[in-house]
Design a binder for this molecule. Sequence first.
Ligand code: FES
Length: 237
Amino acid sequence: MAAAGTQILVKRYLSQSFYQTYEIRFQEDITVLDALNCIKAEQDPTLTYRWSCRMGICGSCAAVVNGKPVLMCQTYLGNLKQPVKIEPLRNFPVIKDLVVEIDDAFEKMRSVNPYMEHMKKKALEEGEYEQTPAQLEKLKQTSQCIKCMLCYSACPVYGFDKNFIGPAAGALAYRYNADNRDESKKERLDTVIGEKGVWNCSFVGECSNACPKRVDPALALQRLKLMGSLRLVTSLQ
Ligand code: FES
């Protein structure tokens, strides 16, 4: 396979932001992350970005590439319009270069208690908390979230209003509220239908377009709206 040459423009942030251009030669089958690793090793050790697994699992290499929020380790250089422009995720404060501060989104995910709660604890000899394949199917899609923050970066509502609970937290809340084994659905629903909750979602769907795992947080948020509406109606009866 012949090597081609391209320019990579990286939006950097040190004391102020600026675009830096790097020239590289590459094979068609290298990813954007491979290209950055190559630049860091051979041209500029100060270039800063996150990555870990290189296989679309850890979610840490998220960035905006040619205007789209993507995982850099899953995006092939040969498929991109050139020169390639790489920027940090939108809607988050930048710490350095492509590294952003994501604590706010993690805090929102924590707020929905993203774990199974059993009000009636079973003794070990009583056996497992069981689930049928059909019950698993209801939540399987939303359980695939890798917390890469691409959905928060793509969401115009979160960009405008940082109080909004956001797509991944909504998807997580739905994942546990759709689980037959969980027993704290009411408390979780109270969080997501509260003032900062799901009602602000305008169902633009950019979060679902950006999701590399097809979690479909936009759909999860609409389902939570339905659960919340039913809850409000039944509480009035
Ligand atoms: S490096 Fe882990 S998802 Fe890209």
